[in-house]
Design a protein around this ligand. Sequence first.
Ligand SMILES: [Zn+2]
Length: 115
Amino acid sequence: MLLRILLLSGIAGDHIIAQQHGGATKLDNLALACCYCNRYKGPNVASIDPHTGEVVALFNPRRHIWREHFVWQGARLSGLTDAGRATVQLLQINRADAVAVRQLLVEAGIFFVVR
Ligand SMILES: [Zn+2]
């Protein structure tokens, strides 16, 4: 059932370290990602921190603690660290359509944040 839900939702296993960079198809290198995040991340392992302009490693969900790098501000996700900011920007997590959907879910009481 879970696999069926994941397939229908477009959620897939994404390689944290892409195979072209030597990343293995093993659980400790896979993360669930929606099709948009998967596509925007692509094979990237680093990006630019929009605050400093520096190249930084992306957030790694197997090594980093989510709440240390991100915070929800309503329907928008903000990066708290260089890795968080670079990841939010690269994955276009706050693109208009995603924020609009999240805002509707917030208003419906379906999407809420617990820190
Ligand atoms: Zn996503």
